[in-house]
Design a binder for this molecule. Structure first.
Ligand code: OTD
Ligand code: ZN
Ligand code: ZN
Length: 346
């Protein structure tokens, strides 16, 4: 038996491409299936200015293999010194599609993020005025807040106050991992959206910790209890246009993952679309996949749906995805869902 599903070409509304040799290795994995992606700015040093974003976009396009079509949608890394005029110019030129808020220290390469939210108020006000979305890594970093509670506390202490103080600011709560976030987003207006990753629809915290520590399932925000995973699945297949795909595919080499202090990040670019077909089929919601992966994101960002299509095919035998991809920096392990997948994408 073979099932096929054709959807408009999907986009990834949260992606880490890195730079240099890693960029070269991972870019084709995304460009094979996706039309566009929101490119995270957490390089070392971060992409802070419009000029840096333009240079990074050129490096991405230069790394794109001949014959592949892919549009990087650039973002700026918000710092306490970000200049509202530079942000407005980068937006007006069409270069930049969002600004990224990292609470300082929340995740990989976020040391230059925001400590004092009052300092970025002029930038947020400018963004509300010009309709430029704010993407948020929604976790507080207070040492006394348990890591499993950091997303829920961020909503109360940071996100809700910022939105109340900045009417008209469009915000994407990225890579949501809790029922609390799904419920908060669903209870708000259309100025708030949320991305959901592939891996958070598949793993809960037991996958990381039961039977030995699994570094390739460790990412931030860390996967939560099963009830949260189920709430994310319900949101993803709900058809509610505020929820859309952002893989947060975040490559690290195996030595950097399999270490006494392993890096956070799951690399899902290679098999995300087949995994999503599996998940949506399991939920009896294959008809909702086009909305989640291809339509809701562009609608939030005010862009047309990507041109072209992607066809997902379910075969009789499990698909063998590569276990690793090779990069000039070393091997990168591809996310293993832990169950057989019969879907492939082309
Ligand atoms: N989470 N790893 C990374 C970023 C994200 O919070 C994120 O966006 C990374 O490696 O850049 C991760 O686990
Ligand atoms: Zn993040
Ligand atoms: Zn990310």
């Amino acid at each position: 038996m073979t099932d096929t599903l054709t959807i408009p070409r999907p986009d990834d509304w949260h992606l880490h491409l890195r730079d240099g040799a890693m960029l070269e290795a991972v870019l084709p994995e995304t460009a094979r299936h996706f039309g566009r992606a929101i490119i995270m700015p957490n390089l070392v040093p971060p992409v802070v200015t419009g000029a840096q974003a333009a240079a990074y976009r050129d490096r991405i396009l230069a790394a794109l293999p001949e014959g592949m079509a892919f549009e990087p949608l650039m973002t700026l890394y918000l710092t306490e010194d970000t200049d509202p005029a530079d942000v407005a110019a980068a937006h007006a030129s069409g270069l930049v599609k969002a600004v990224k808020l990292y609470p300082a220290g929340a995740t990989t390469n976020s040391a230059s993020g925001v400590r004092d939210f009052d300092k970025v108020r002029p930038v947020l006000e400018k963004m509300a005025e010009i309709g430029l979305p704010l993407c948020t890594h929604g976790e507080v970093t207070d040492h006394d807040i348990d890591i499993f509670d950091r997303e829920a506390v961020f909503i109360d202490r940071v996100l809700d106050p910022i939105r109340a103080a900045t009417p008209g600011l469009r915000v994407v709560m990225e890579h949501i991992t809790t029922k609390n976030a799904a419920e908060y987003v669903a209870s708000q207006d259309k100025d708030l959206g949320a991305t959901i990753t592939t891996h958070h629809l598949i793993i809960n915290r037991n996958h990381i910790l039961v039977g030995g520590i699994k570094p390739h399932y460790y990412c931030l925000p860390v996967a939560k209890r099963e009830e949260h995973r189920l709430a994310l699945r319900a949101a993803a297949v709900s058809g509610d246009a505020r929820f859309f795909l952002g893989t947060d595919s975040a490559p690290h080499t195996d030595p950097n993952k399999e270490s006494a202090c392993g890096c956070a990040g799951c690399f899902t670019a290679t098999n995300t679309m087949p995994l999503l077909a599996h998940v949506f089929e399991e939920e009896g919601a294959l008809d909702k996949l086009a909305g989640f992966a291809s339509e809701h994101g562009p609608a939030f960002y005010g862009l047309p749906v990507s041109g072209g299509t992607l066809t997902l095919t379910k075969g009789d035998a499990p698909v063998q995805f590569p276990e690793k991809i090779e990069s000039g920096d070393g091997p990168v392990t591809v996310f293993d869902p832990g169950f057989p997948v019969y879907w492939s994408a082309e």
